[in-house]
Each structure stands twice: as structure tokens, then as C-alpha cells.
Write a protein that binds this ligand. Structure first.
Ligand SMILES: Cc1ncc(COP(=O)(O)O)c(C=O)c1O
Length: 403
């Protein structure tokens, strides 16, 4: 009989040999009675069911024949126009020819990776970084080089060191992947000065930057810094965005904002006959008359309250010297355990106490991060968050006591 493995590509076999997929789920599937501070999901109660149903009817009534037909590969024209208008409100002036609509931000990351990364190519990532992007880069067999972050995002001094080292090694990095605003998993944001430094380094070394902007619209306080895309005069920055966090993750709607010259290069890679025109129109119809803006404003209030509940309960229940980030927006808090504790070892103990989290090692590429864990405040109401953090605090306390 033929060995089933012989049916698979060599690339698949090499990917399968690295058991990252299991890690991806670690901590996400929580046992019953365990409060999951794991899921990076929007609040299911926030979905605007009635307005979406009404918008859906309008889509079918007006232009339903084209909404239900195949559409352009770059994306539905009305949706791209709507995106351009929204970006203009955010001081980002781009034309619809700079937009490719994708199946969530995830597909945007995949397309850019496919465009630039060959096996063995150097890709620079933050440490920690978004698990989905790391998995995409690994699938492309990129060689990942980490740059640490601090409370102000990617450390550009360390980025300079990594770029200099790669040059000495004769390696031209293909991509710098960064989440400058409301980082996943760390919740931190990069101030203006660092954004300028990052762009200057990208220009100096001629490296493309993938700016992942999944969360910037969910700002609770503070002032926004300009996007990297805005600060780049040379067409080195591609931005990836999503409707997952501001409307509904199940729509699977996202888009790339890319220098126009790159669009014809990206389009042939998108072999899906176009992201759903129906769902794109649904988003446009929903957004009309200021409904999306009002919805996002509501989400800001909702998630602000949850962020506040999580931070207040950490202040109350997390035993020193535990530390954590204080995000001004987004979904996540990043917690550092006292020295000697390990998040992977703490997880079963925490689950016994009735709470779960994602251990930080999943967000690093070279086995670091064992003292860190990610806590999500978007998915559960404040009372659940408070109960979860109280349980976590107890688990940390018990681990510190060696019990
Ligand atoms: C930083 C970041 N980028 C991109 C995504 C992609 O999300 P989606 O594919 O749902 O747009 C996520 C989702 O969790 C994320 O956290």
C-alpha cells in the first residue's frame, strides 16, 4: 500500500514536522467552569443583529444581482470606496487602487508573505508577536528574527542591531512585521518618535514593513500617533486592516492598503475569485448614516469598561512583584509573572482555580516568554473578568508560596 505521507508535498511534510498548530490552541480550549481569559474574540453581545438583518435586505433589494455574483479580485467597488472614505476620516489619503479586500486581515498577511518570502528568507518580528502572523511566516519557511518590545512597542535600538547583524551575515531581510498600536498580545503602542525611527531604518536597509492595524479604532484614551503608512514617503509600508474587531469577525472582511505599484503584484496571488461581494456590501449598507461610527463608539465604551475592570482587579488581586501592561485600547493585557514562575506550569494550576489564559511562549519564536501570559478583556463581561483575575491572583499566590 502507498504510504499516505507520500501524497503530501515536501513543504507540507516539513510544516507538519513542526508542531506549532497544537501550540496555537494551547489554553484556548478551556474546560467547563473555567473563565477563559484566552479568546481574542469580540464580545458576541456586541454584534448588531437587527441592523445587519435590515442591511442585508437592502443589499438584496438594491443591486442584489451583483452582490450575489462573482466580483472583482481586488474587492467590491462600493466597499473599496467606503474604505477610502473611512481612511480619509483617519487622515489617510489613498485611492481605491491602493486597496485589496481580503478574507480578514489574516489573508492580507498571507498575501504579503507570499509576495516577498522565499524559504529561508529573513523576516523580522516583534517578540512577542501575533500567533497567526508567526504561523504564516513559519508556513512560508521564513527565518524569523526577533526584536524585543517594551512598554512603547518595538525597540528600535534593537531593530537597528538586528538589521546591522543581518547585513554582516549577508542576509537581506524581506519584511519587518509590526503591530504598532494596541499590540497583540502586549497591548502596548509605539509613540511617534519610534515610528519615525522604524521608518528611517526601513529606508536605510530597504526593507518592506507590514503594519498590522487590527485594533487602532478601539482606542479608549490617549491620542493616536500617525500610522507608519502615513510616515513612509517611499512606498515601503503595507498596512493590513480588518472589520473583525469593529463589526463582526464572522464576516471575514479585511483589506490591505498598499503602495499602488504593489497591487498588480499582489492580485495574481489572490486566487479566490474575490472576497464575498455580498458581505462587503453588507458592511457598506450597515455603515451608512453613521451607523458604523456609532457602533465603534459603543464598542469603545464597552471595551473601556472591561479594560478598567481587568486593570482594577489586577491591582487588587495580582500579588507583587507581578507586573502588567496598561493598554489605551485593543483587547489585551500582557502580564509578567514574578521571577521563578512559569506561565506554562501555572496554567493547569490556574485552570484548577477556574481561570485560563494563553501562556506567552506561544507568542515567541525561539522559546522565550515563559514568564509572560496574555489576558483578554474583550470577550467577557466585567464581573466575569473580575472573578477570573481573582482566581488568577490566587493561583499566582499559591505558586509563589510553592504550594
Ligand atoms: C494583530 C492581529 N492581526 C490580524 C488579525 C487577523 O484577524 P482577522 O483575520 O479576523 O481579520 C488579528 C486577529 O486576532 C490580530 O490580533
Amino acid at each position: 500500500m502507498t504510504d499516505p505521507a507520500a501524497r503530501y508535498s515536501a513543504l507540507f511534510a516539513r510544516r507538519a514536522a513542526k508542531p506549532v498548530a497544537a501550540l496555537f490552541r494551547a489554553g484556548a480550549a478551556s474546560p467547563q467552569d473555567v473563565i477563559p481569559l484566552t479568546y481574542g474574540f469580540p464580545d458576541p453581545g456586541s454584534f448588531p443583529y437587527d441592523d445587519l438583518a435590515a442591511a442585508s435586505e437592502r443589499v438584496l433589494d438594491d443591486g442584489g444581482d451583483t452582490a450575489l455574483q462573482y466580483g472583482p479580485i481586488a474587492g467590491d467597488e462600493r466597499f473599496r470606496d467606503h474604505v477610502v472614505e473611512r481612511l480619509r476620516d483617519d487622515d489617510l489619503n489613498v485611492s481605491a487602487d491602493s486597496i485589496i479586500v481580503t478574507s480578514g486581515g489574516s489573508q492580507g498577511i498571507q498575501l504579503v508573505t507570499e509576495l516577498v518570502v522565499d524559504p529561508g528568507d529573513a523576516v523580522i518580528v516583534e517578540a512577542p508577536s501575533f500567533i497567526g502572523a508567526l504561523q504564516t511566516f513559519r508556513n512560508a519557511e521564513a527565518e524569523l528574527h526577533e526584536v524585543p518590545i517594551d512598554d512603547h512597542g518595538m525597540r528600535t535600538d534593537k531593530l537597528a542591531e538586528v538589521l546591522a547583524r543581518l547585513t554582516v551575515e549577508g542576509k537581506q531581510p524581506k519584511l519587518i512585521y509590526t503591530i504598532p498600536t494596541f499590540h497583540n498580545p502586549a497591548g502596548v503602542s509605539m509613540p511617534l518618535a519610534r515610528r519615525h525611527e522604524l521608518i528611517a531604518l526601513a529606508r536605510q536597509y530597504g526593507v518592506l514593513v507590514l503594519e498590522d492595524d487590527a485594533y487602532s479604532e478601539l482606542r479608549f484614551d490617549g491620542e493616536r500617533a500617525p500610522f507608519l503608512y502615513e510616515l513612509d514617503p517611499e512606498g515601503l509600508v503595507i498596512q493590513v486592516r480588518t472589520y473583525s474587531k469593529i463589526l463582526a469577525a464572522g464576516l471575514r472582511l479585511g483589506y490591505l492598503v498598499a503602495p499602488e505599484a504593489l497591487i498588480p503584484r499582489l492580485l495574481p496571488l489572490k486566487v479566490d475569485v474575490g472576497t464575498s461581494p455580498f458581505l462587503s456590501r453588507l458592511a457598506v449598507e450597515f455603515a451608512a448614516d453613521g451607523r458604523l461610527a456609532a457602533h465603534i463608539e459603543r464598542l469603545r465604551g464597552l471595551y473601556r469598561e472591561r479594560r478598567d475592570a481587568m486593570l482594577a482587579s489586577l491591582d487588587e488581586y495580582a500579588p507583587p512583584p507581578t507586573t502588567w501592561t496598561r493598554p489605551e485600547g485593543g483587547f489585551f493585557v500582557w502580564l509578567r509573572l514574578p521571577e521563578g514562575l512559569d506561565a506554562g506550569a501555572l496554567l493547569p494550576r490556574a485552570e484548577q482555580a477556574g481561570v485560563s489564559f494563553i501562556p506567552g511562549t506561544a507568542n515567541f519564536t525561539h522559546g522565550d516568554g515563559s514568564r509572560y501570559l496574555r489576558l483578554t478583556f474583550s470577550f467577557l463581561p466585567p464581573d466575569q473578568l473580575t472573578a477570573g483575575i481573582e482566581r488568577l491572583g490566587r493561583a499566582i499566590q499559591a505558586a509563589l508560596a510553592g504550594g
